[in-house]
Design a protein around this ligand. Structure first.
Ligand SMILES: [Cu+2]
Length: 339
């Protein structure tokens, strides 16, 4: 960090590391054979907390046994409030949090710079989303390139459409949860045992579009909030999505400036930039201190492994009965009585 004078300010023990139980990892109960198997999920947590103005933002990086990763932000702290007159109701632009206390409605935006480097090589980016198919055998006439996928007599057929995003302008994208949209980064030079390029996909979660106008000061100085996804070829000096000095800048720095060149993204050293927007319509339950609001985005392997990497997680009884001095020896009732 830096001091107010711009001098380096080293924070000791600012990054935390712990492991925690996280419910069920996988489970199967077979009613035919009356057998069941269950494994518990544990995750490695690497975290830090950034106190910025009136908020504390808790950032948790999760690493799971199925080789997926998740970056989560937990928003807490104290709403920025203002006073209103007795009987006044700011409904719309704000909400009453307590008598004569207005909590303005606002948004928070985070951007995560993800230097992908999937399988240690050149990377290519795809957008994947559901594609519905016109119903009936005649439906294929509506499709430019008719193939077997276009036969949909029952009307239920759909498939996962993959579009290669070859340049910076093509990669500027928004979430589309209704279509199940996600983005997949593959290494075109590496394949799994099925001959598919190894990859990881970015799975967006809860998100929102920026509610400000294109020419507003906020949009100019933090132009990265216009899209949820940006992709760039790696450059060592491209570090911050709004540029180096967003607060006093006239606007346009960072991602909007870099991507103006519309650089090639195919078989490149790819960096994904994910914008996570949080809409905050305030409420009395946020006051006097905001209970954490949780948002995240996930990275999951696709064709990266030969099978589920979580298949070898031992059952709980095997973990608990390990022969560790002072642990694992369960006394029977008879032994306990003898004592
Ligand atoms: Cu807020």
């Amino acid at each position: 960090m830096n001091t107010a004078d711009g001098e380096p300010n080293v924070l000791e023990n600012a990054i935390c590391l712990h492991e925690e139980d996280n419910g069920t990892l996988w489970e199967r109960s077979d009613w035919r054979t009356e057998t069941d198997e269950v494994r518990r999920r544990r995750r490695l947590v690497v975290s830090f907390v950034a106190a910025v103005g009136n908020y504390d933002y808790i950032f948790n990086w999760y690493f799971y046994q199925d080789a997926s990763m998740e970056v989560e932000v937990r928003l807490t702290g104290i709403d920025s409030v203002s006073a209103v007159g007795p009987g006044e109701d700011p409904e719309g632009y704000g909400e009453l949090l307590a008598p004569q206390l207005n909590g303005p409605i606002h948004q928070h935006f985070f951007n995560f710079r993800l230097d992908m480097n999937v399988d240690d090589g050149p990377n290519t980016l795809y957008r994947v989303q559901n594609q519905q198919v016109p119903a009936g055998p005649d439906g294929l006439e509506a499709m430019a390139e008719a193939d077997d996928r276009c036969h949909n007599p029952g009307g239920q057929a759909f498939y996962a459409d993959r579009t290669k995003l070859e340049s910076e302008s093509e990669a500027k994208d928004l979430i589309d949860p209704l279509k199940g949209r996600y983005w997949q980064v593959v290494n075109p030079e590496q394949t799994n045992r099925l001959g598919k390029p190894t990859g990881y996909r970015l799975m967006p979660g809860n998100n929102v579009e920026a509610a400000v106008q294109p020419n507003s000061s906020v949009m100019k100085r933090s132009g990265f909030i216009e899209y949820h996804l940006w992709a760039t070829p790696y450059r060592e000096d491209e570090r911050f999505p709004a540029g180096e000095y967003p607060n006093q800048h006239p606007g346009g720095a960072g991602l909007p400036a870099w991507t103006e060149a519309d650089r090639n993204l195919e078989a490149e050293d790819l960096v994904l930039w994910y914008t996570l927007g949080v809409n905050h319509v305030t409420r009395p339950e946020d006051w006097p201190i905001l209970p954490v609001q949780v948002y995240s985005v996930k990275l999951q392997p696709v064709n990266f492994f030969e099978e589920s990497p979580a298949i070898d997680v031992p059952p709980q009884h095997a973990i608990e009965n390990q022969d560790v001095p002072g642990h694992g020896h369960c006394e029977t009732d008879a032994e306990a009585d003898d004592d």
